[in-house]
Structure formats: structure tokens, C-alpha cells
Design a protein around this ligand. Sequence first.
Ligand code: GLC
Ligand code: MG
Length: 538
Amino acid sequence: MSADAWWKNGIVYQIYPRSFQDSDGDGIGDLRGIRNRLDHLIELGVDAVWISPIYPSPMADFGYDISDYCDIDLRFGTLADFDALAAEARARGLKLVLDFVPNHTSDQHPWFMESRASRSNPKRDWYLWRDPAPDGGPPNNWLSNFGGPAWTFDAHTGQYYCHSFLKEQPDLNWRNPEVREAMYDVLRFWLRRGVDGFRIDVLYHLVKDDQFRDNPPNPDFVAGGDPAHRLLPVYTTDRPEMQDIIIEMRRVVDEFSDPQSTRVLIGELYLPLARLMAYYGRTEDGLLQGVQLPFNFQLLAAKWQAAEIDHIVRNYEAALPQGAAPNWVLGNHDKPRIASRVGQERARLAAMLLLSLRGTPTLYYGDEIGLTDVPIPPEEVQDPFEKNDPGKGLGRDPQRTPMQWSGTAPNAGFTTGTPWLRLGGDWEHRNVESQAGDPASMLALYRRLIALRRREPALHEGSHEPLDAGADVMAYARSAGTRRLVVLLNFGTSEKPISIDLVPAGGVVLASTHAHRSGIVAGALILEPLEGVIVSRA
Ligand code: GLC
Ligand code: MG
């Protein structure tokens, strides 16, 4: 097995730690909780777990505002709990990926407290400080992604500091070599503790224009939409300097790669396709030098139609640089859940798509049981994004609700206390325990598809060939050696006969989204409405 196999051919599972499993009754998920639930991940069949931030944090943005990069927040546990989790994960063959948040610290981080203490403090230049505009207002028009200006005035020193997110999340100055070294040492700290890689938060934001030029208006902005989209982030994201930074980061993780297993970087990048590709990095000696997996988020926004998705997949495959590893994502803690976006039936088709495409799939916890967005009443809202601009549907609480484990234990087995966010109203029937025993369940489908992907090289490392199967049906072949599997996904709500050129009689159905389909294809294959199948030649 190649050293890259685990992240190239494997499956990543994202845990939002506040909501996975609480072990101490405080209503907040924690590291011991995760450790107690490793069985679920093993039975599911995933290869790696990515855990959203677990570091000490004032929790203004639920852990994405970090006050110490090299410790564990007490709500989640201790470094000893972390080591125990890491050891057990390793013993069970699971890789561990942590969240790395380099763009900003918490305003409570000692670095920022020093930086704001005086204009002459040695850490002053670790953050982005600017004089007010002549009228006393912010230095330029940059906007925070969470509403309002990206600048907050600090009366003590008479300057503004830059924050791409909350004012409690001041942006680090990535042009400063000391900042870079300090942050690379953070990576080394966790790599030494045995971590297998990092998901890098808002990677495309790290460097800002050195002349602090105004961002231009966005001609496509629709009134009433997310106010941060009023301007095009030309001078605040995806700056040319990023290309050297990703190479530096990659060198740091490569220091810790060994012949059995490489360390991986996964980049959070909401960028147009061509720009996304740039984050694989430059090629030297025939090898890409950047981030191994620049997150491909196209399915998160796609219209759920065969033609649209087919188009996305073909374009993505065509755009990949030589030697680049593809990847696909259906959900994360920032976006509405797939089961709510497309409904439960289509979410089954989505599962088959995700788990049969070429490229590393990332699953979001709960999607394997068809968890939906949970409406959160205004008085229970937690997410600052929603609090800053209520009623626009910007809030991310609905997709962060507790995992539903059991239909009989209090709070679905998530906590014995009061959960930090309410559970879905459906937990008594939608939970891991009840779905585990039901072959028609979403969980059973996920387990079957993952098992199939693991045992079929055609699926986990084979080539991809788009096929034409008529309107509403997306089709492709996955092949390795002489083995060729055909995937057919009927996005339509009527039956679809499939040409015998695509699936000859005698083909074997290896998986279907519909529990009752099985066995050999006799005559022509007719897909049921919203059915997906994976078929092998006889
Ligand atoms: C990323 C995270 C999001 C967070 C933001 C600021 O987009 O995924 O949850 O709020 O960065 O750190
Ligand atoms: Mg807890």
C-alpha cells in the first residue's frame, strides 16, 4: 500500500465535537465522548476522522476563535484525553486530522493582547493594524464575513485592526516571518503528538493586499442577500503570495511523513474552479508541492439535477492538474444538510454519488443517518453569524445539532444533561441504534456503499469515465484493471430503461439505493424513480 493511500483512497469523516457525544453531562460533546463512539466509525468503515477545533477558546465562534493553539479546551477535555483518543484511534486503524485555524486567533490570545498593548510592542506587527481614514472611519471598505466592516477601532492605541470574521477573531499578519514560524511550530506540536494531518480553516484568506486597496463592488450582489457579498474579495482573498505559503506548510507536514504514511493537508477553499486548482501547488520534480486535498465544495451549492451534477463532475475531472487527487464533499458545519436540501430519498442518491465518484469523500457526522437541519427558535440561537444579522437564514446552528444515537436513552444518548443545542424532533426514530438493524435505513445504505468502495479498487482508486444514459440519468464507469463498474443515478421521478449497451443482460447489481433490488439484471435494466445502482459486468 502506498503511503498516500489512506487519504487518496480512503474516506474522511468530519466530527463537530460539541455535538458528537458528551461524556460528562455538561451538554457539550467532548473527546472522551468521541473515544466512546469510535465503534460507530469502525462499523461505518471510514478511514480518517477530522475533528473541528478542540483548543482553548472563548467560543465566540465555537472554537474557531483560539486563545491557545497548543492545548485542549477544558470543555472538550485535556491533553491526556487527546492522547488517549489519538492512541485508541491509531490502534483501531483510524487516522486523525485536526483543524488548523491560521487566519485569525481569538482576541484573548496572548499574542493579540500583547499586540494591542502598544504601538511599539514586538507583537504589534503580528496582526494587521492601520490608521483610521481621514474622516476617522475604517482604513478601507473591507467587510467582515460575519457582517459589518472588517475593521474594529482600538481606542487605546488609536488604530484599527483587521478581522475577516468576528471582531473577537483578529487576523494574523501572514507577511510577518515570525508569525509564519510560530504557526508552523503549531503544526509541529500536533504532528509530534501523532496527528496525521490538518484541515486548514479559510486557507484562501491568509494574505491581504499589501496596499490595503478597496474591494470592488460585486455586480451580481442581490439585495437582501449575505451582506458580506456586497463586494468582490479581490484584495482580501486568494492573493498571489498564498502560492508560497502553501508550499511552506506542505514542507512542514512532509517533515513528519514516513514511508508507511504521509501527513495530509486539506484546504478549506471557497473559490472558482480554476483558482481552486492552484492550491494543489506548483509542480517540481513531477510532484505537486501544495495542499494535497483542496476541498471541492461544488456539490454543496449544486442544483440537484443530473445534467448539472454531470457537468460539475466532468469539468472538475478535466481541470485537475496532472497527479492531483480529487475529492468531494456533501456537507459540513457551515452549510445546510444534504437531507434538508434535497430530501431523504434524493439524499440516498447523493450518498451513492459521493461514495462512487473518483476522489476522497468527506462525510459530515449525522448525514449517515439522514439527519436534517433542525430549526432553532430565535431565543435558542447560538451562532454569532445569525445573531449579527438575524432572520436571514445565515445561522449554522441547524446543521450542528447533537448526533442522534438511540431512541430510548435521554437526549438520544448524546448527553445526560441539557444539550447545548436542541435535538432534532425526530430523534426517537431517526438514530443510529434503530437504523443499524434496518436494512432499508440510510445508515445501512451508507455501510453497504462504504464496504463496497473499500473492497472494489475500481471505486477507491479506479479511473472515471463519464457515460451518456439519457435525460435525468447520470452515468459513469469506474474501472481498475479488467474490472469495470457502471454507476447509474436516476435523478428523475419516473422509471428509466437503461440501454443494453451500458448494462448488458447478466450484469450484477452490487448496490442499489432501493433496498429490494438485488441480483442479476435480466434483460434490460429499468431504474426506479430516484434509484441509483452500481452494476458490474457478468
Ligand atoms: C471557517 C469555518 C467556520 C468559521 C470560519 C471562521 O469557514 O468553517 O465555521 O466560522 O472559518 O473561522
Ligand atoms: Mg461534555
